[in-house]
Ligand binder design. Structure first.
Ligand code: NAD
Ligand code: GLY
Length: 352
């Protein structure tokens, strides 16, 4: 078992252990002091792991209500949010009670925002069951639902009381969803951990080891900049262009694939600009491909730029583009938003 401590606005631990789902109750009993727990999950994860987790919570003395929302991003909506908080109210949940979110980033983000806002904050435990949720969304306290106007527009920073990661749960993940998480894992290697990157190139790491290394990096970044004003932006490596790819595809290209393309586009552009060695760019694209992730897309530079611009122009005319001049060295490069076009053009140009 590995326990990683995070010191943010709420101090909490992340426990990584095979078979942990069956011991959910005993861990929750150490941090939750109310009687009632809402076990929030999605329909797929509910069928796989809902009974195991509910049984463990009941054995530890909790009174458990279970709610399984439909699978997918559609459940990060205000309608489902209202359904969950109304359920809490109708069932007499008080401020000492809690939500346990069992699932991927969708359930974690939704459950976190319900916990943050119901009665101005109740207990919250994350049990991530996708690789992406284990290494990224369950840690760091970003919670949100989407508005028709855009993703994650209604949310709060709300740290969990506890995060329980059971690597065995990842064994039932479809390959493509596991690969989405690998894009974020490779991102951590690029921005902070050249040793992790090299290990991913040379051998098959155990999931527990991958999660623990990535979560340690995220812990350090969140502790230094919980509210995302500084170094936390490093975690957006590949995301500026990636979000444009996602939007241009009308979300037909998954988030992980889009981030992979975003990282590769910026890396190829940097090689063309002489700010990254060609061999480092080649290592990145080879590792992404090894994990079944794409490194190019068919959208024109102009189309990608226009979508990226509509995202960024609202805040101000400068943009913190995350760049990695070498593997393991993420940096925030403050550029005028208009300079992004050069990166996209050079990064999407056919190889000579
Ligand atoms: P997801 O929650 O939709 O899960 C993906 C799919 O995997 C779903 O169909 C789900 O039912 C299935 N699934 C989950 N666990 C499974 C398991 N163990 N076995 C089989 N199937 C399983 O998607 P995701 O990729 O985990 O998360 C994406 C969401 O996370 C997005 O909404 C994104 O905005 C958010 N996110 C949040 C943060 C943050 O910091 N809060 C960071 C990154 C992403
Ligand atoms: N996933 C980016 C962040 O947590 O800041």
């Amino acid at each position: 078992m590995e326990t990683i401590e995070v010191r943010a606005s709420r101090c909490y631990t992340i426990v990584i252990e095979e078979g942990l789902l069956a011991r959910t109750g005993e861990h929750c009993a150490q941090v939750l002091h109310g009687k009632k727990v809402l076990l929030l999950t999605d329909e797929t994860v509910n069928a796989l792991y809902g009974d195991t987790v509910e049984r463990s919570l009941c054995e530890a003395g909790f009174e458990v209500a279970r709610l399984a929302v439909p699978v997918g991003e559609g459940s990060k909506s205000t309608a489902v949010y209202l359904q969950v908080v109304s359920f809490l109210a109708a069932n007499g949940f008080t401020r000492s009670d809690a939500i346990v979110a069992l699932g991927g980033g969708v359930v974690g983000d939704l459950g976190g925002f319900c916990a943050a806002s119901y009665l101005r904050g109740i207990g919250f435990v994350q049990i991530p069951t996708t690789l992406l949720a284990c290494v990224d969304s369950s840690v760091g306290g970003k919670t949100a639902v989407n508005l028709p106007e855009g993703k994650n527009l209604l949310g709060a920073f709300y740290q969990p009381w506890l995060v329980l990661c059971d690597p065995c749960a990842l064994r039932t993940l479809p390959k493509a969803i596991y690969a989405d998480g690998m894009a974020e894992v490779i991102k951590y290697g690029m921005i902070r951990d050249s040793e992790l990157f090299a290990l991913l190139e040379s051998e098959k790491l155990r999931d527990a080891e991958i999660i623990s290394r990535c979560v340690s990096i995220k812990r350090d970044v969140v502790q230094a900049d919980e509210r995302d004003h500084g170094c936390r932006q490093l975690l957006n490596y590949g995301h500026t262009v990636g979000h444009a790819v996602e939007k241009c595809s009308n979300f037909g290209i998954s988030h992980g694939s889009a981030v992979a393309i975003g990282m590769a586009i910026v890396a190829r552009a940097m090689v063309a600009m002489g700010t990254m060695a060609a061999k480092d760019c080649a290592r990145l694209t080879a590792l992404l491909k090894k994990h079944g992730l794409p490194t190019t897309c068919d959208f024109s530079a102009a189309a990608l730029y226009e979508v990226a611009l509509s995202d960024k122009k609202r805040a101000n005319d400068m943009l913190g583009l995350i760049v990695c001049p070498t593997v393991g060295d993420g940096q925030i490069n403050k550029i005028p938003v208009t300079a992004l076009m050069e990166y996209i053009e050079k990064g999407t140009a056919p190889c000579k």
